[in-house]
Design a protein around this ligand. Structure first.
Ligand SMILES: Nc1ncnc2c1ncn2[C@@H]1O[C@H](COP(=O)(O)OP(=O)(O)OP(=O)(O)O)[C@@H](O)[C@H]1O
Length: 263
């Protein structure tokens, strides 16, 4: 992890209200350059909303600063050079090939009138290899399975080569092999200096891959810290309504027992 003191991303007092409901309630945190901050929390706790606010796609009260500048002042193109967002439901109405879909990730890096360069195409090939989709490059995205599409969108984000990767449940559709494979690929990006803010539902995976975890509950930040200090039986009981035994092995293991009422 980088020892830079200035955070790459600084979120202060972010509050979102919709339909008379407070979805995010004065959420503040920093993400340092070169770290993976995992976002965990129950369904409806505001995780996706938080990523959307950080991406600049949703207005909120409070502030989001990327590299020391408020996200509102970033132009779309420079923002896309710096931040890549893989959303939870990915899909396209267009009949792109997988290669073309991934090539779109290079668009922020080329001049308005110039065509894609050899280095753009090399970046696409590398990204396809990272997600094990080389053999699918010429396939129509609409002919692909849910997990293959999810890998293609992750490849697009990798090809985008942005400093900050925002990932909203990047492994929901993936089998166990690709869950590890993809999270390993993202971890490799972090080890090379990229920064990740990712929602991951599986708590053991979150603990295994993230440097720190941010816990959201009912729109509030209830904990932030290293996985072993955050994922205590008390936290899992209070936030997720599950009795659990936590083994602080490497990787951390959680044995769940009875679901408790969250009411
Ligand atoms: N436009 C809206 N109007 C009213 N409520 C909304 C709106 N958008 C989101 N919400 C509510 O805000 C809450 C947080 O939604 P969000 O998608 O951020 O949760 P999440 O933690 O990502 O959930 P999940 O784990 O199920 O994906 C939910 O209860 C959702 O129903």
């Amino acid at each position: 992890m980088s020892t830079d003191t200035a955070p790459l991303l600084s979120v202060r007092d972010v509050t979102v209200e919709r339909g008379g409901k407070t979805i995010l309630d004065h959420v503040s945190f920093d993400v340092r350059a070169g770290e993976w901050l995992g976002v965990i929390g129950p369904n409806g706790s505001g995780k996706t909303t938080l990523l959307r606010v950080v991406s600049g796609a949703m207005d909120a009260c409070g502030s989001v600063d990327l590299k020391g500048r408020t996200i509102d002042t970033w132009g779309a193109r420079e923002r896309a050079q710096t931040l890549a967002f893989v959303q939870q439901s990915t899909g396209t109405a267009f009949d792109f090939t997988v290669r073309d879909l991934v090539l779109l990730g290079r668009a922020p890096h080329r001049g308005w009138l110039s065509s894609f360069s050899a280095s753009d195409r090399a970046a696409v090939d590398r990204a396809l290899a990272e997600v094990d989709l080389e053999g699918f490059a010429d396939r129509s995205i609409q002919s692909m399975s849910g997990g293959e599409v999810q890998r293609a969108f992750l490849a697009q984000a990798l090809a985008q080569d942005a400093d900050l990767l925002l990932l909203d449940e990047p492994t929901t559709h993936l089998d166990v092999h690709y869950q590890f494979r993809l999270l390993d690929a993202v971890r490799a990006q972090v080890n090379q200096g990229k920064t990740v803010l990712a929602v991951v539902h599986d708590l053991e995976s979150a603990a295994r891959y993230a440097d720190r975890l941010l816990v959201l509950s009912e729109g509030k930040r209830v904990a932030t810290g290293e996985p072993a200090s955050v994922l205590t039986p008390e936290c899992i009981r209070e936030v997720f309504g599950m009795e659990a035994t936590v083994r602080q092995d490497n990787p951390l293991r959680i044995d769940y027992s009875t679901p408790r009422s969250r009411g």
